[in-house]
Structures are given as C-alpha cells and as structure tokens.
Design a protein around this ligand. Sequence first.
Ligand SMILES: Cc1cc2nc3c(=O)[nH]c(=O)nc-3n(C[C@H](O)[C@H](O)[C@H](O)COP(=O)(O)OP(=O)(O)OC[C@H]3O[C@@H](n4cnc5c(N)ncnc54)[C@H](O)[C@@H]3O)c2cc1C
Length: 459
Amino acid sequence: MAQRLIVIGGNAAGMAAASQARRRRDRSDLEIVAFERGHFTSYSSCGIPYWISGTVSGPEELVARDPETFRRRFDIDVRMRHEVVAIDLDRREVTARDLVRGGEVRERFDELVYAAGAVPLRPAWAQTDVEGVFGMQTLDDGAALRDWLESDPAPRRAVVVGGGYIGVEMAEALLLRGLSVTLVEQADQPMSTVDGDMAELVVEAMRDLGVHIRTGLSVSGLEERDGRVRGVVTGEGTIPTDVVVLGLGVRPNTDLAADAGLPLGPSGAVRVDRRMRVPDTPGVWAAGDCVECLHRVSGMPVHVPLGTHANKQGRVAGINIGGGYATFTGVIGTAVTKVCDLEVGRTGLRETDARAAGFDFVSVVAESTSRAGYYPGTRPMTVKLIAERPSGRLLGAQIVGWSEAAKRIDGLAVALWNGMTVDEMTALDLGYAPPYAPVWDPVLIAARKAVDALHDGAG
Ligand SMILES: Cc1cc2nc3c(=O)[nH]c(=O)nc-3n(C[C@H](O)[C@H](O)[C@H](O)COP(=O)(O)OP(=O)(O)OC[C@H]3O[C@@H](n4cnc5c(N)ncnc54)[C@H](O)[C@@H]3O)c2cc1C
C-alpha cells in the first residue's frame, strides 16, 4: 500500500516539499495531499509591493504554480480553502475544515510536513473592522488593498505603520501610486535590519523622495468616520489618512504545532534538524517561516522568515521524504531591498548582533562609487564591514547605494559563508570595467579599510 504524505500550507515551503517528494516517489509509492486555507498555491508574497505600485501585474502573474498544475503535473491532491485545525500524532491523522462548504475531513498520514508560515503581528488597536486598514501577507491582502486604492473617493494619504523592509517597500509602492505617505516607526529608526548609521542613509533618501518619516512614535489607535479610517492616533497627535498599511513584523505560525506537541525552540519557532526533521517526532518535518534555524555566524537558533529560506528548506524536506539526502545548514542573514532607486543589502551580523554574541570586532564604513568616477551614471555607494578582532574574520556587511549596490552583497555573503578574513578579501579577483565598478571595487576598498582598522586598533 502507498504511504501518505500530508502537507499543511500550500506556499513556498509546503509545495517545494511536496513537489520534491513527488519527483522521487510516484503515486503508487506515495500519495500526497496538500491543505491550503487560502485561494492560491505557490504565490510570491515578495511581489506584492511591486503589484501594488503597478510595476508588475497580478495576482495570477505572482503565482508560480496553481493548484491545477500541481494536480495535473505532480499528481498532488491539493485541497484549497481547507484549514487544518488539529494534528493527532498518536493516531497519525490531521483534521481539516472545509472553509467553503463547512464540515471537516480527517486524513491519515505516514509523513507530515508542517509549513504553515508566519502570522503578521497585529496589536489590539489594529484588530478592527474599520475599513481601510490592511495587513500585507497574502495575495488576498494585496487584492484588498488594490481595491481600496481604486475605490471612490480615491485615497490620497497613506500611513504605513512599521519600518521593517515590508513597511519600507509598501511606502515606496504607495508613493509610486501618487499617495502622500507617512511612515511611522516606534524605534529611533526604520530599517532595523541594518545598523543605525546605514539606516540613516535610507531615511535621508526616503525623505528626499517625499516620504514623511516619524520615528520614536507609537500608534495607540485609529480614528474613523462612517466605518472608514480617517487617522492614526499617536502620542504626538493624530495623523490624518485614508489608508493604513501594517508592517509590524511576523511571528512563526506555531499554534497548531504547539497544540500537537511539536517542540518549539528559543525563538518560538518549530525546532528542526539539518534535514528538516522535527526532533523526536518520527515522520514529521517542518519548513519555512514557521521554523527556526542555525545562524552560522552567531551560532544561535534564529527565526528569519524569508522566502529564500522557505524554498530551500521545503526542497530539503522533500528530497529527504523522497528517499534522498539533503541538508539545510543554516543562514547568515543575507537580504536585499530597495526604495525607488536606492538599494540596500545586508549579510551576517550587525554591530548590535556582534556585541550580543560576544565578539570583539572592528567596524568600518567606506564611501565609494558604483562605477568608475568618470563613467556616466556613477552614484555613491557606502559599504560597511564588521570584522572579528584580532582574527579579521568577516562577521557582517551592509551596503547602501543608488545602483549596483544590492546584489554586491552576494560576494560578501560568499566570503562570510566561507569564513574569509578581510585581509584575504583584499586580494579577491573581482570583476572590473568602468561601467560596473571603479578600479578598486567598493568591497575591496572597505576590506582594505577594515585591515587598517585591525592593525591600528581603531574601529
Ligand atoms: C509583502 C512581503 C514581501 C516579501 N518580500 C520578500 C523578499 O523580497 N525576499 C524574501 O526572501 N522573502 C520575502 N518575503 C517573505 C516570504 O514571502 C516568506 O518568507 C515566504 O512566503 C514563506 O513561505 P512559507 O511557505 O514558509 O510560508 P507562507 O508563505 O506564509 O505560506 C504558508 C501557507 O500556509 C497556509 N496555512 C497556514 N496555516 C494553515 C492551516 N492550518 N491549514 C492550511 N493552510 C494553512 C497559509 O494560508 C499560507 O498560504 C516577503 C513577504 C511579504 C509578506
């Protein structure tokens, strides 16, 4: 008799696992049932800000594979609009609620992949029926915001609450749609994924673009009229608005997992080993935004909810379920984003992380340009490196610049992944031609500066 794989969650991690398992085991060996409570499978949440801005079209274009494709090409029994409400590890079955017709189904499993993603944080003031308030997690959220922006009277003012990368990308999207945008951030600075000095460059650029940035400001409520949002209430008064977008971060979606007794780690996410197995729970796997993983530099378990990890982790789980051997060996926190033409890249530890992890380190900031100084279109680029003292091992890097900045972080990520020192990095054979870099690439200039700082005892 064929074994059964049940997958909970039909997006990046879940469907990567399901399709990889199918590539290795056919239906006579493994039946696969995937439950998804939403309307889409394998969709790109990452594309939502660019859909909102009108840069790309959607929502179909943001779907890599729809349910029908999974059914036809992969022989996967995809059950849309079905929410799994219980996992019984002893009976080895899940209970799922049919969100359209009502009623529940029970399905047994031999293997289970828990890939339920993350849940956006919503403080009490945001848990409201007031119209015009949007979280940004799924394509349905994107569609609801687009409808609102296209409604009559057309919203003219927007407030984005939360200045993480999603908040920043949404601020850009709304600006490009012609709205007057205010970004409210409780901390001293938005873009907390980079150090304060680098975030300051992003803030300056956003202000120049016309985004009103209010920092150190907590939102305590909403003002409404006729059921529609009219303002965001803060300690410094009410900011009038026609639409509110929440970008307050996420937490791992672990309620179901915890109820079933799956182990959670210190970050609050599901624990897994390198093969994406849930420890001490035979036949149960987890992947994506609901799990924690090893940070290869700090050595700490971390929850880093990114699509790049979800896809890789799902793939690893699927290969292993299929009888192959694959591992996910951790993250170093590489991420890129942009605000209009300003690009931001980061990898490894920020100064605060390095300090918290107990490293002695130097940090340097090097100003350079994206291309040869004489070449048309050259723009400023700032590279920050953090290196362990006295070894010189690279611990972290951040780049902010107007062109060719974001993907330059990948070279630094490879150096960091491989434990290179800044001294070794000064000799890296990086490509040079005037349209792409100055003769000393900004990364090499920063590495040289870090070497000097190590020798001077400065930084
Ligand atoms: C606006 C935005 C922009 C982003 N930009 C980037 C980016 O540029 N780069 C990057 O790397 N990452 C980005 N991300 C993050 C990325 O989208 C996520 O890390 C990725 O989608 C995680 O995939 P996942 O499969 O683990 O979880 P999810 O995408 O959250 O999918 C989980 C699925 O499980 C379903 N589900 C949950 N519980 C149940 C249940 N009980 N029963 C049935 N179904 C259930 C949900 O409906 C959901 O479809 C962005 C996210 C957002 C919201």
